[in-house]
Design a protein around this ligand. Structure first.
Ligand code: IPE
Ligand code: IPE
Ligand code: MG
Length: 246
């Protein structure tokens, strides 16, 4: 079965961002624990990463753990951190084989030491990956990122004689996503219609795609549906349809 047969390979989004939501409800539906749901979500990550590599998507940003998620019960936070380390170890060979380079956005210093070490090891081991950059958002919140940027700019003005005008392109250099193009397509699973503090600046002109599917049920086929939907849209960036067509 080729999930991607209807996709126009000349119109592939270069950056897809995903709010992977619904692990808990997926598990509850079958009387399983939330941790079971998170574990099952790893297979969906695998499918999406592989799908993006096959299609030639250059950046995939996955919202894996938000700043607000620290407020979940401690056992769930611990389970998610353990899962992260386990999954990174298990996927390393596949990342290397498929040319996947790992990167993160967010406040890495807040993560447990073993997670930080595993991430650093994986950055090093995948640094030559040139097909897909996988950006994991970990302990990430967009307001945190924007405020940190503003504070760094203020500091540069006070301490480092920074006197340029702060344009969009200057501001961008202060964000964790400074080397990443803005997402073309944002996907959120599980039937929620919100952004939950994700990439507020960067999503300014992204196409939004919402699906009822819970994250563990997301697959290459679901990815294909989202991309096909994206390919039907006309991105006008404020212009008229006539302007865009000419
Ligand atoms: C997404 O699934 C995973 C994380 C936020 C870490 P949830 O855990 O939010 O699942 P629901 O929304 O409770 O179903
Ligand atoms: C958003 O999901 C964060 C991640 C997917 C990591 P949540 O489940 O935390 O979002 P809310 O609380 O429903 O908005
Ligand atoms: Mg949720």
């Amino acid at each position: 079965m080729n999930e991607f047969q209807d996709i126009d390979l000349t119109q592939i989004p270069q950056h897809i961002a995903i709010i992977m939501d619904g692990n808990g409800r997926w598990a509850k539906k079958q009387m399983e624990t939330r941790t079971f749901g998170h574990n099952a979500g790893v297979e969906a990550v695998r499918q999406v990463v592989e799908g993006c590599v096959e299609l030639g998507v250059k950046h995939l940003t996955l919202y894996a753990f938000s700043t607000e998620n620290w407020n979940r019960p401690q056992y769930e936070v611990d389970a998610l951190m353990t899962l992260l380390v386990k999954a990174l170890r298990a996927e390393l060979k596949t990342f290397q084989k498929n040319g996947v380079k790992l990167n993160t956005i967010g406040d890495l210093g807040k993560l447990p030491n073993n997670c930080q070490t595993q991430l650093l090891d994986t950055f090093e081991a995948t640094k030559d990956g040139d097909r897909l950059q996988l950006n994991l958002a970990l302990s990430y919140s967009s307001r945190w990122e924007i405020l940190r940027a503003v504070n760094s700019i203020v500091k540069d003005i006070r301490v480092n004689d920074f006197s340029e005008e702060v344009t969009e392109s200057v501001f961008k250099t202060y964000l964790d996503t400074k080397d990443i193009p803005d997402p073309d397509l944002l996907i959120r699973t599980s039937g929620e219609f919100r952004i939950s503090n994700f990439l507020l600046w960067q999503l300014a002109y992204a196409e939004l795609y919402f699906t009822e599917v819970f994250w563990p049920d997301f697959s290459k086929k679901e990815l294909a549906k989202a991309i096909l939907d994206f390919q039907k849209r006309e991105r006008r960036f404020g212009k008229t349809s006539e302007q865009v067509k000419s």
